[in-house]
Design a protein around this ligand. Sequence first.
Ligand code: CTP
Length: 402
Amino acid sequence: MRVILGVTGCIAAYKSVVILRLLQKSGFEVFPVMTRHAQEFITPLTLEKLSGNKVICGVFDDRSTEIEHIALARRSDLLLMAPATANLIGKMAHGIADDFLSTLYLSTTTPVVLAPAMNVEMWRHPATQNNLQMLRKRGVVIVEPEPGYLACGEEGEGRLAQPESIVQTALEVLRPVKSLLGKKILVTAGPTIEDIDPVRFISNRSSGKMGYAIAHEAAQRGATVTLITGPTYLPAPSGVRVLPVRSAVEMRDAVLSHFADADVVVMAAAVSDFTPVTVEAHKIKKATASSVLQLHPAPDILEEIGKLKQSQFLVGFAAETQNPLENARLKLREKRLDLVVLNDVSQPGVGFQSDYNQITVISPDGECEDLPLLPKHQVAQLLWDRISKRLFAIAPEGARGA
Ligand code: CTP
């Protein structure tokens, strides 16, 4: 396998040396390409000596008859941009080809993986986020930067992801591991909305991002995935059947009608616990309204399927702000779960509405594993690793996935 390693001008450029080495260890031949600014941080000679290949820096580096960016694009299996600056991301999003690397991007038909690195405000800027969204829609795989201490002295998201996870992503893109092939997986996500009247409702702050990432990752691993989702603003994950619902009752009905057929159910939705006794057909007028809203309990979907479960592997979430471990273990027992994912939502930047999550995975045998604060798509990967380990450990021989 041949990888083009595109290196752009930021302090994290020095990490491209480690990335190059890890790519080689994974069996890749590496063709480095550097922008003009990247050469301010490391020299082409370093990457040339390590890769054993000429490092291309400019459009007119090679005066042979070959059109070099086209020839290189055709010779490779993957284009990996690491680190990628906000400038490169902007150029890629808008089709600007004013140097070798951005021209190469337009010429390539291979998968593209992008590992951004920049200042936290540059990362959060709507221009950067919109550009990334455009690239994601085109199928570019983004290895999200990590939060932490940045070279500029500020703290926040923007630090280049770990070289190991960048190379792992490159490997998965080229050789996706279909470890869940043949498995039917039901995932719920988002909030539910409990209507009071045509203009008012009760809901919660769930964005749906965690559940969508879990559904996406299961599909990547070859599973047949159905995502039952409350209202969110998220695009449908590719390769996933999406069933939109609104209320807890609608979600319950959808879950029950797919439950018997499922091998694994992951209840990541933030289901309302209460719903109004009556939904008014017309807007309640304040002059005639009572100041007390009558509620009754919404169905506890997970508890219900916990009672019905046969061979299904059930994963629940526990969103807690107090006594997190104790409360999560209680949910594990009471809802007859095979795993519970604890979210301490009292921590800043964790869980609801954030792109990051920090989870603790707790199993009935008492194992309790804290995972680091990570982008939700990486949390989803780690969670599926843990679910798979247990799923295949308890499945009878022959019933295991491919
Ligand atoms: N859940 C559910 N139906 C509900 C409420 C929750 O299926 N009506 C599921 C959630 O999807 C989650 C798990 O149960 O997987 C735990 O949800 P959580 O909101 O943490 O706890 P609750 O069971 O609602 O209990 P409490 O609000 O008292 O913490």
